[in-house]
Design a protein around this ligand. Structure first.
Ligand code: PLP
Length: 475
């Protein structure tokens, strides 16, 4: 079949769950619930990725809809982790050079594996540190560039003339729906350069509390000529809105600013073209859609034209590899994104990524994205049809939708607890969002239907009222 997921798209696009497309399978009584079950079964039968679910370790009885927070283990990730544990036991220190492949270049090697997922050349991606640390070093690096008088030079973008007035303190443009850690890091980097974040952290405000209108980013660039870095998410962590990376990058460069992105909520779920879009730098994690385990190593992209810059947080692991062990006290940064590594890479926090990313590459990022959109199409269509008390806070256009769906309900926190108690693992984000992530590699359309059945049962019975609110903590 050319488009195995067309039925899901059609269901959301107007045919509805009672509509056509089911052919001979259409139940005689036309009942919506039966239609949904038939539709889910048909979609699962057609799904070319359905066999991948068997290679992930989601416990029996669990409907895991939280892979946008922490992806599950897979056989492949556990195998690559086990291999490195064995290498440690058997080879000890020799593992750095003699393991196959050697640990010494783990950052570069896993960067090469990730590069196709974000549309980068291998040397433009490396793994190391965490998102927040990578953001510190990258924001710091590009602030230093601006303070040295260098703004982005990019062929084909006329307004970016490559010369920043070093007398102007650069501002960083962010938005008010960002993940908090990003603001903490940007503020700290501004402060360390004697720049007052109260003035120079410029924040684009959301009009609806859910999404950021790209025109507001462009308007902020028009209104303030001191913006030196535009730093945006590729997808918002709460609503799941997907940003237009190419458009934002273009606008930033036309205004003479660098364009950086936090891709935590899209890397591994949505294909990117960072190189083609002209993105200057990006950071992301590997514990969400890349399924490399809790606290797994972070990843970053630095465009080739910036290789050779001195990272703000320099360390020996970012030294030119060939001479790293000469142990000179002069730091020579690697001529690649590898320069932004800092210290010794955490091997056990990196090893699972080797297997997990191989699995995603086998499935194919474009096919994963197609299936993810179909799963969220189906989810939204079911919510529209059966859960009138819930609002969908995620954009409906495919181009603006990431991998999860934000379900808004005044009792979202209690609803999320009731679901988790019933084996439907979701999470709550204040004030009113239950995030549901039917991740493509291991979720079926029947799973999505079951999630909606559970939500409906909990809302209809009032079972969520048995739960307390406001306990905080990680959900
Ligand atoms: C969008 C986003 N940015 C940044 C972070 C912080 O990442 P880390 O704890 O790996 O530094 C997270 C964590 O979940 C996130 O979701």
């Amino acid at each position: 079949m050319n488009d195995p997921y067309a039925l899901a798209r059609d269901a959301l696009a107007g045919d509805g769950l009672r509509g056509g497309g089911l052919g001979d399978d259409e139940p005689a009584d036309g009942a919506a619930d039966a239609d949904s079950a038939v539709l889910a079964a048909r979609l699962d039968d057609n799904d070319p990725l359905s066999a991948f679910a068997d290679r992930y370790r989601v416990p029996d009885g669990v409907l895991y809809m939280d892979g946008n927070s922490l992806g599950p283990a897979s056989d492949a990730a556990l195998a690559s982790l086990d291999r490195v544990v064995d290498e440690w036991r058997e080879s000890l220190i020799a593992g750095w050079t003699d393991a196959d492949p050697p640990w010494f270049t783990v950052g570069e090697r896993l960067g090469d594996a990730l590069a196709p997922l974000v549309g980068a050349a291998p040397a433009e991606v490396v793994v190391g540190n965490s998102i927040t640390v990578n953001l510190h070093t990258l924001i710091g690096t590009f602030l230093d560039e601006l303070l040295a008088g260098n703004e982005p030079e990019r062929a084909g973008v006329e307004q970016a003339d490559g010369e920043w007035n070093p007398a102007v303190d650069p501002a960083v443009l962010v938005n008010d729906l960002d993940f908090p850690s990003d603001h903490y890091a940007v503020r700290a980097q501004l402060r360390q350069r004697g720049i007052d974040p109260a003035e120079k952290l410029r924040v684009v405000e959301s009009r609806d509390g859910r999404t950021i209108d790209p025109r507001d980013i462009e308007a902020a660039l028009d209104a303030h000529d001191d913006v030196g870095i535009v730093f945006m998410p590729t997808a918002l962590y709460r609503s799941g809105q997907l940003f237009d990376v190419a458009r934002i990058t273009r606008a930033a460069h036309e205004a003479g600013a660098y364009a950086g992105f936090d891709a935590a909520h899209s890397a591994g779920a949505v294909p990117h073209e960072f190189r083609e879009a002209g993105v200057d730098f990006a950071v992301w994690c590997t514990y969400k859609y890349l399924n490399a385990g809790p606290g797994s190593v972070g990843a970053l992209f630095v465009a080739e034209r910036h290789h050779g810059l001195t990272p703000a947080l320099a360390g020996w692991w970012g030294h030119e590899k060939a001479t790293q062990f000469e142990m000179t006290l002069t730091y020579t940064p690697a001529d690649s994104a590898g320069a932004w590594q800092i210290g010794t890479p955490p091997l056990f926090a990196a090893a699972p990524l080797e297997g997990s990313v191989e699995l995603l590459r086998e499935a194919g990022i474009d096919r994963l994205r197609e299936k993810s959109l179909a799963l969220t199409d189906f989810l939204i269509a079911l919510v529209d049809d059966r859960l009138p008390e819930i609002a969908v806070g995620t954009p409906r256009e495919h181009a603006a939708r990431g991998g999860h769906v934000a379900l808004e309900h005044p009792d979202a926190e209690r609803l999320s607890k009731a679901l988790t108690d019933r084996g439907v693992v979701v999470d709550f984000r204040p004030p009113n969002v239950v995030r549901v992530c039917p991740a493509a590699p291991y979720t079926s359309f029947a799973d999505v239907l079951e999630v909606v059945d559970e939500i409906e049962a909990i809302l209809d019975s009032g079972a969520y009222e048995d739960y307390a609110t406001g306990e905080g903590g990680v959900t």
